[in-house]
Design a protein around this ligand. Structure first.
Ligand SMILES: Cc1cc2nc3c(=O)[nH]c(=O)nc-3n(C[C@H](O)[C@H](O)[C@H](O)COP(=O)(O)O)c2cc1C
Length: 183
């Protein structure tokens, strides 16, 4: 079994999403014997924005297709995902490989994989909050992975910029969720 571990935060050791993805991968590793881990740090080694020529390079797609579980750190940047993560998704949403159009509409071809997203954001965007309609990280990733046949799971730490207490409480709760999800 192979876990693809992807981090995207520019915050290095101060990153909440990195803390959560590391916890998820550590737990998944210890619950299954012989897990192989492939690590991709999209902040340290960004994938260039898509160009027509780059469709010929399938290395990112092949790495994704070889994974059984994909753990992704997704900080909210300006209401959406980091552009580094969008550049990665642009390499894996490939017609004929991860989705196809049929007479009945689009069909995902990448099912059978588990995707767990660790989402971190400074403010509060949960359902019912005043800023809920500004949330495009979970909404986008849910739609994007659904499109290729995967129902992603989410671990959320939010309100991290509100106060140090709120940050500690929110990350603590999310770390607990990582244990539950990886069990
Ligand atoms: C460039 C940038 C843009 C951000 N935009 C938002 C935003 O739109 N909404 C929000 O709630 N937090 C925003 N934040 C705060 C981050 O979501 C928050 O610091 C989160 O913890 C980042 O994840 P990380 O700790 O893994 O780096 C932004 C941070 C940066 C650096």
């Amino acid at each position: 079994m192979t876990i693809l571990h992807i981090d995207t935060s520019i915050n290095g050791d101060n990153s909440a999403s990195r803390q959560l993805t590391h916890s998820l991968v550590d737990q998944l590793k210890s619950s299954q014997w012989g897990e192989q881990i492939v690590y991709r740090d999209l902040a340290a080694n960004p994938i260039p924005h898509l160009t027509l020529d780059q469709f010929a390079d399938t290395s990112v797609l092949d790495e994704f297709l070889a994974a059984d579980t994909i753990v992704i750190g997704a900080p909210m940047y300006n209401f959406g995902i980091p552009s580094q993560l969008k550049a990665w998704f642009d390499r894996i949403a490939i017609a004929g490989k991860t989705f196809q159009y049929t007479e009945n509409g689009p069909q995902g071809l990448a099912g059978g994989r588990r995707v767990i997203v660790a989402l971190a954001r400074g403010g509060i965007y949960s359902d019912g909050s005043p800023a809920a309609s500004y949330e495009f990280v979970e909404r986008y990733l849910r739609a994007a992975f659904n499109f290729i046949g995967i129902e992603p799971e989410f671990v959320l730490a939010e309100g991290l910029a509100i106060s140090p207490e709120q940050r500690e409480q929110s990350i603590g709760h999310a770390l607990g969720e990582t244990l539950r999800l990886a069990a």
